[in-house]
Structure formats: C-alpha cells, structure tokens
Design a protein around this ligand. Structure first.
Ligand code: NAG
Length: 340
C-alpha cells in the first residue's frame, strides 16, 4: 500500500518542490518505524520516546483507550484515502499550528476552541525549564503570546522532517458545530472582545444586515449567529482571506491527511485522552492536565438553540463547509440540524 505512494511522491520531488521531502520521509517512517519497534522490544525499556512507547503499546494487548485511539487513526487514514485526491505538498506555513516540545518529543497541533489554551499552558510547563509549575497559574493571554512556545514552521527543513518522523504528533478535535457555536459565543457575544468586533463584526454587519444602524456599523458588537452563518457560507469571505483560526476547519489548520497524527484526541474525552498523551510522554509526574470548568462551555443542547431561526438551506450550506471535519473525525450530524 505504501510503496506506490512513495514512488509517486519521489517523482513529485523531481518536479521541483523541496517540501515534498516532508511527506516522503513521513511515509517512509510509517513502514520503517514498525520494524524499529519490533527490534526495540528486545531493548531496555528506559529512554524511549513517546512515539516508540505508543508503537510498543499498540503491539501489546491494548487497553480500551488505545483501541479507541487506533480506531480513530484508522478511520482518519481511510477517510483521507477515499476523500482527498491530490496529495498536496506541505510548506512551512502549513506547520504554523504545530507546537514543538523538544524535551519530550511532542508535536501538538492546536485548534482554537478545543482546550488549546490549557494544552499550551501544559506545554509551557513542559518546555519551560522550571519557569512554570502549575498550568492554571499561567494567564490565558500569556499562553497565546507568540514566542512562549516554538512552532514547527520555525525550524529548517531537515529539522522539520526529523521531528515529523520521530516525535509523537497529536491534535485535539471537537464536534464541528459545537466548536463553531463556541467560537461565535466567545468572539461575538462577549463585550470585551472588541478586536474581533472591529475586525470581523463591522464587516459582517455591513454585508449581511439589511438595514444596519450607524452604531452597529461602527462597533460591530451585536452580530447575530444568523449573520455569522451568512458570512461563513458567503463564497466572497474565503476568496478575500482564509477564515480566522477560531472558525477555520481542523482540516485546514492541521492538515490531518498530510501529517499522520499518532493520537487524535477529542474534546468529548479530553481528560482521558490528555492523561494518555502525558503518560506516553513520561510527563505524568511533571504536570497534570487542568480539569475544565463545565459551567460556561458550549454543549450540544446550547448549540441547537442557535439553529432555530436558520433556514435548512443555510444549515445545509454550513454543514457542507464543515463536512470534512465531520467525516475525518467520525462525528455524526447533530440531530438538531435540518439538512433538507
Ligand atoms: C465512529 O462513531 C460511531 C458512533 O458515533 C462509533 O460507534 C464508532 O465506534 C466510531 N468509529 C471509530 C473508528 O471510532
């Protein structure tokens, strides 16, 4: 299965792109790593990378968590095979969302609205050389400051390839509509998010409100969910610029068909999946993934209410926009969506 793909990819390098190397080495590593982990079962257990630990675990009798994660990985690979035709080349700009922990050999692709602040905090503790101890003691805004964590896009091609080949790559995903409603609530219904109101709200109101008041046009602070949906499904929006990362699809942020994630964590099983990753990294003693407060988080029931006054025509358009995220990560269409 792997051989012809590698062959095609080798041809593609002749066409002239340098960054195809990233893909090429990753595919090689898939078959090579299986051999390596076979050899490793004879070696001493200490000093293994999290990726090696994962591969060894998969060969032993699997726990329920491991079996679930393997199922997700296989489904993702299968969906990629059947739904994506061309294997595009990865460039450094595609790797901006991948955060590097060189000490524990981890690569984390962050997806906003999927506990990414807490994962960034945890990675700051893990990479901080003792500067941080308690994730929740790190202010949220500090976790998002560029420069506190390193992105894979900052490395040279050779260094990128080495990390993609040998580090444990993981991502966390969430039911797409719930994630979208969560982004809307956070960015458009909180009075403090003035930057988003100015940057996106004013444009949305100008384009998608029939008879806007001068104040709304000026402040952009009362965008309705309906208007937000019109903005998302309007073809002009994405012609102008990529979606903001808070509502961009995981498919576009993390390239799960080009980067073979070793663990696909889910928001719906956040605590369990996070614990498993920290265990693989041998970091259980260093940091605990923070327990999330449930009081304000967006749930399916809450999301349902936002669709009451959206016509099936637009619901369907919105679903189509996020369709790949539903398919790749095995989410079923929420019962409240009316697609006919
Ligand atoms: C996909 O989701 C369904 C139902 O939501 C579940 O029963 C099934 O086990 C999942 N498949 C995988 C591979 O995770």
């Amino acid at each position: 299965m792997i051989k012809p793909k590698v062959g095609r990819m080798f041809l593609a390098t002749c066409v002239g792109s340098f960054f195809i190397l990233i893909l090429y080495f990753q595919n090689i590593s898939r078959s090579a790593s299986e051999q390596i982990s076979g050899w490793n079962s004879f070696s001493v257990k200490s000093g293994r990378s999290p990726l090696q630990t994962l591969q060894e675990n998969d060969q032993l009798e699997q726990s329920a968590v491991q079996a679930t994660l393997q199922g997700r990985r296989e489904l993702l690979e299968e969906t990629c095979r059947t739904h994506t035709r061309k294997r595009r080349v990865l460039g450094p700009e595609d790797l901006r969302h991948l955060i590097v922990d060189d000490k524990h050999k981890l690569l984390y692709c962050y997806v906003p609205k999927v506990a990414c602040t807490n994962w960034k905090r945890v990675l700051m503790v893990l990479t901080g050389d003792g500067r941080y101890h308690e994730p929740l003691a790190i202010p949220a805004n500090e976790a998002h400051v560029a420069g506190n964590l390193r992105s894979l896009s900052e490395y040279s091609t050779a260094e990128i390839n080495k990390r993609l080949r040998t580090y444990l790559k993981f991502v966390f995903v969430r039911e797409p509509v719930e994630r979208l409603v969560s982004a809307y609530r956070n960015k458009f219904t909180r009075s403090y998010n003035t930057a988003f109101h100015k940057r996106y709200g004013t444009k949305i109101i100008r384009r998608h409100r029939a008879d806007p008041q001068a104040e709304a046009l000026e402040k952009g602070n009362d965008v309705s969910f309906e208007e937000f949906v019109y903005y998302l499904v309007d073809p002009q929006t994405q012609r102008e610029e990529p979606f903001n990362e808070h509502w961009e699809r995981v498919h576009s942020l993390c390239h799960p068909c080009l980067i073979h994630y070793d663990v696909v964590g889910k928001y719906e099983s956040l605590a369990q999946d996070s614990r498993y990753i920290l265990k693989l990294a041998g970091a259980e003693g260093e940091v605990k993934f923070p327990a999330t407060s449930k009081s304000t988080r967006t749930t399916g029931d809450m999301a349902a209410k936002f669709f009451d006054n959206i016509s099936p025509f637009y619901q369907k358009k919105l679903f189509n926009l996020y369709r790949m995220d539903f398919l790749l990560f095995n989410y079923s269409v929420p019962a409240y969506l009316k697609l006919r």
